[in-house]
Design a protein around this ligand. Structure first.
Ligand SMILES: Cc1cc2nc3c(=O)[nH]c(=O)nc-3n(C[C@H](O)[C@H](O)[C@H](O)COP(=O)(O)OP(=O)(O)OC[C@H]3O[C@@H](n4cnc5c(N)ncnc54)[C@H](O)[C@@H]3O)c2cc1C
Length: 403
């Protein structure tokens, strides 16, 4: 039997299962921006999360023993496609999703058997939320300048310092943090990656309010916070290797859906016709906007095809590569341009913040446009991705961040 035949059978199985188990009350719900409990569907959300978690289909490629389903990449893609086709969503990456997309894959690679058994099942079931304490007030792009200290105190490290922009820190159970364990070593050689519980007296979080209205991230303070030595990920003072890998996973997770429309969402070109009007032959009335809109749609398609090509080339090799930097930048450009075009076509209706004269989509478009500005910053800024591309792909010499 061919792989396609196998996948056809699997596709039917997944489709039937999703139809039978996804609660219709959750259809169209955007779990990234709306809390299921405030929408009155908290119980249905929990039930869906438990069912998908029990199947291991929220983290389908992870080994079964750690809560995954032990499936191949093509099978995982089928699950994603069938979930999207049904108007459903993967509830396992709750809110920020960092456990599934970043911490989990890094633990799979660097963790001991004990660490995998301790941390991965909670991530795979969606019960344990993770945040990442990387950036500091004086260490963002130049992360290796980080100053948070971890001092060896027998069975544990004691942490003191401040992290910033920690997404979801106020709702997370665990944090993966990079800390300085050897202040005398060269800056990239004295760093370790530790995992610590957020619910302890030594950890304080203060949410930061964004221009887009929400507070998705925090300042995080460690005042004698405790990380057990058994929760050191990778070797002592080799945290730079661990975090570099984790950031590759982050970029990889940020490359796949440039402004992906929600199921049932009106296509951009139809939206444009509704706001701007059409010529007699049915084409969008504004030729300049038409040109830029088509260019954006083509860029989006080209991006998706490039993702598929790079994924196919990478099959059987190392999971993620420096190419993720190219994809992160192209995804950002497509999504930011799309957000600009959307507001432009909406005209006055695209600048409302609140009020009955605006539709929900219009209000959301303004928020998406504002939040979209963050895309060229988080996960490493566009300029930093360009540095990685020039050094690791084009082979140009490094001229910055020596040390
Ligand atoms: C929405 C959002 C979520 C985030 N979530 C997290 C999180 O969960 N955990 C976490 O630890 N951090 C998080 N961050 C922080 C993010 O990783 C940093 O903001 C990012 O790495 C940039 O660092 P910085 O803000 O200190 O800017 P800086 O490093 O000060 O950079 C300022 C400007 O200078 C440019 N620049 C700096 N160095 C160079 C160079 N060598 N060459 C060319 N240009 C350069 C940058 O591109 C940028 O335009 C998040 C950020 C955002 C916006």
């Amino acid at each position: 039997m061919t792989e396609t035949n196998n996948l056809d059978g699997f596709r039917t199985e997944v489709s039937d299962w999703v139809q039978a188990n996804f609660p219709s009350t959750l259809k169209g719900l955007d779990i990234m921006s709306e809390s299921p409990s405030t929408k009155g569907v908290g119980a249905d959300f929990s039930a869906w999360q438990k069912k998908l978690g029990d199947k291991g289909w929220g983290t389908p490629t992870w080994p079964k023993e750690y809560g995954g389903a032990g499936l191949s990449d093509p099978e995982a893609k089928v699950i994603r496609q069938e979930i999207a086709k049904a108007g459903a969503f993967n509830p396992i990456p709750p809110m920020t999703g960092m456990g599934v997309t970043m911490v989990g894959p890094t633990i799979l690679e660097y963790g001991t058997d004990e660490q995998k058994a301790k941390h991965l099942p909670g991530i795979a079931s969606g019960e344990v939320r993770w945040c990442l304490g990387l950036s500091e007030p004086n260490a963002g792009s130049d992360l290796a300048s980080l100053a948070t200290k971890a001092v060896d105190e027998g069975d544990a490290f004691i942490l003191n310092g401040q992290k910033i922009w920690t997404s979801g820190a106020h709702i997370s159970h665990w944090c993966g943090a990079v800390v300085r364990t050897d202040p005398k070593a060269k800056k990239r050689d004295g760093i370790s990656f530790v995992m610590l519980p957020m619910d302890q007296p030594g950890v304080e979080t203060r949410p930061i309010k964004l221009i887009a209205g929400s507070s998705p991230f925090c300042e995080t303070f460690f005042n004698d916070a405790r990380a057990e030595k058994t929760d050191l990920l990778g070797d002592l003072n080799d945290g730079w290797s661990v975090v570099k890998r984790l950031l590759q996973h982050e970029r990889q997770s940020q490359t796949s859906s440039p402004g992906a429309p929600k199921v049932d969402a009106e296509p951009l070109q139809e939206q444009a016709k509704r706001y701007v009007g059409t010529e007699e032959d049915g084409r969008l009335a504004d030729p300049d906007l038409r040109l830029r809109l088509v260019r954006n749609l083509m860029d989006g398609e080209a991006h998706k095809l490039t993702v598929s090509r790079i994924t196919a080339e990478a099959r059987g090799k190392v999971n993620v590569s420096a190419a993720a930097s190219i994809l992160k930048n192209s995804m950002t450009r497509v999504a930011q341009t799309k957000a600009e075009l959307t507001l432009e076509m909406m005209g006055h209706q695209g600048v409302g913040w609140e009020g009955n004269q605006f539709t929900d989509d219009e209000l959301q478009s303004v928020r998406d446009w504002l939040f979209g500005k963050a895309m060229s910053i988080y996960g490493g800024s566009a300029e930093i991705q360009n540095n990685i591309i020039s050094k690791n792909i084009l082979g140009l010499p490094e001229t910055t961040q020596q040390g």
